[in-house]
Design a protein around this ligand. Structure first.
Ligand SMILES: Cc1cc2nc3c(=O)[nH]c(=O)nc-3n(C[C@H](O)[C@H](O)[C@H](O)COP(=O)(O)OP(=O)(O)OC[C@H]3O[C@@H](n4cnc5c(N)ncnc54)[C@H](O)[C@@H]3O)c2cc1C
Length: 377
């Protein structure tokens, strides 16, 4: 039986950021477990903000930089923005994950188990003895830990066992990485709104003139949604969404990129010595379902509380709860304010979507960036 200070379930952005920021600061023993390979090649390559890349030193993972941005409705209403700097980039998911992992391994005391699934945790509290926390993993090993971090995304590893109420909305995305495209403006990132190909909007993130990511999402109240529906929406857009049907007419699929993003943060993200981060805590922004930056930032806050507890040699809930306090202080008001608005927004009719695009067209370029990031304006 192995004993670790910190066990992190899930090696996506949230888990890796937590691991990196713990390893950087203290010599705590960390175990990172993922049921797949870390930097799973099936995962999507997200857009994020350029300053996020700088802050987390992920330059080597940049696939494309964007100096132009468009927000468009399939009904033909659009808003266009031009920047004299690079506000947005697309990131290579695999490369970013491997970079974060390498850095954590270089800095700290971390063991990594890939292709290993966390099955369940057990908290035993014996009388007159400190509580013993056990994690059962798929190779039948039992691990003990002081702190367990659930960064397992939509699997909701801890929440399901704890019986916690899960987020009430989910964005089900289906897209493809396409080659042999004929992209007119590869430095323009495009986000689509409206209901025609799914009420969760869509995206075109060109990587160059020939290659682009294109996809659409549907928002529902269930964590499960038939893939055929989102795939069909995508196919319809590929055939009839002008002018993208022309740009992508001869395109070939490199790979599918699909998955679901929980929308709406959990109220509590620390339960005893269990901490919940990233998609597992519903921390993607409820307004644009942007999940990479929130996962990295939440991982950093979670690590701050762990480091503090490690230094005090006291992993009590009081110390770990610092993560809840920090996250709430930075985000809770903003997420709560937009939650109700966001809920209604996803179910708007086409006219309402179109008037939202008209409003957006009145914004200054910098205001548009603020809107995507902080739901301002
Ligand atoms: C198609 C699509 C497009 C997207 N586009 C963007 C975008 O452009 N920009 C953006 O910011 N965000 C985007 N997102 C959202 C973003 O990808 C997520 O919000 C973000 O990756 C969440 O990171 P995470 O670490 O919390 O979770 P995840 O990345 O889901 O990582 C969870 C990890 O836990 C592992 N795991 C799960 N269960 C277990 C278990 N029991 N044991 C061990 N390991 C386990 C999984 O294998 C996985 O590696 C998109 C999402 C999808 C699906």
């Amino acid at each position: 039986m192995d004993k670790f200070d910190v066990v992190i379930v899930g090696g996506g952005f949230a888990g890796l950021s937590t691991a990196l920021h713990v390893c950087r600061e203290v010599d705590a023993t960390v175990l990172l477990i993922d049921k797949n390979a870390i930097g799973n090649p099936r995962k999507t390559s997200p857009f994020t903000f350029h300053d996020v890349v700088e802050r987390y030193e992920l330059h080597s993972a940049i696939l494309q930089k964007y100096t132009r941005f468009s927000y468009e409705s399939p009904a033909g209403i659009s808003a266009h923005f031009q920047y004299d700097y690079v506000p947005f980039v697309t990131i290579d998911y695999q490369k970013a994950c491997r970079t974060l992992l390498r850095r954590a391994q270089k800095d700290g005391n971390i063991e990594v188990l890939e292709n290993t699934k966390a099955i369940k945790f057990e908290n035993e509290k014996a009388l007159f003895r400190p509580s013993k926390h056990k994690l059962v993993i798929s190779n039948s090993a039992e691990i003990t830990y002081d702190v367990l971090v659930d960064a397992a995304g939509i699997a909701f590893f801890a929440s399901r066992q704890l019986g916690v109420r899960l987020p009430s909305l989910y964005s089900h995305a289906y897209g493809e990485l396409l080659t042999d495209c004929n992209i007119e403006d590869p430095e323009r990132m495009r986000i689509f709104t409206g209901r025609k190909y799914g009420n969760g909007g869509g995206w075109l993130y060109p990587l160059n003139e020939k290659t682009a990511r294109f996809g659409f999402a549907t928002v529902t109240t269930s964590a499960d949604h038939p893939e055929e529906i989102t795939r069909q929406n995508f196919k319809n857009a590929l055939e009839s969404f002008h002018p993208y049907n022309r740009m992508l007419e001869k395109s070939q699929r490199i790979r599918c990129e699909l998955g679901s993003i929980p929308i709406g943060p959990l109220r509590k993200i620390v339960y005893g010595n269990i901490m919940i981060v990233g998609d597992a805590a519903g921390q993607a922004t409820p307004w644009y379902c942007e999940g990479m930056r929130p996962a990295l930032e939440a991982g950093e806050l979670c690590a701050e509380a762990i480091v503090n507890a490690y230094k005090k040699k006291d992993y009590s809930t009081k110390n770990l709860n610092k993560y809840q306090e920090l996250w709430d202080f930075r985000n809770r008001k903003l997420y709560s304010r937009t939650a109700q608005y966001g809920y209604n927004a996803w179910f708007r009719n086409q006219e309402e979507w179109d008037s939202a695009v008209k409003f957006v067209a009145s914004l200054k370029p910098e205001e548009m960036v603020e809107r995507i990031r902080y739901s301002r304006f």
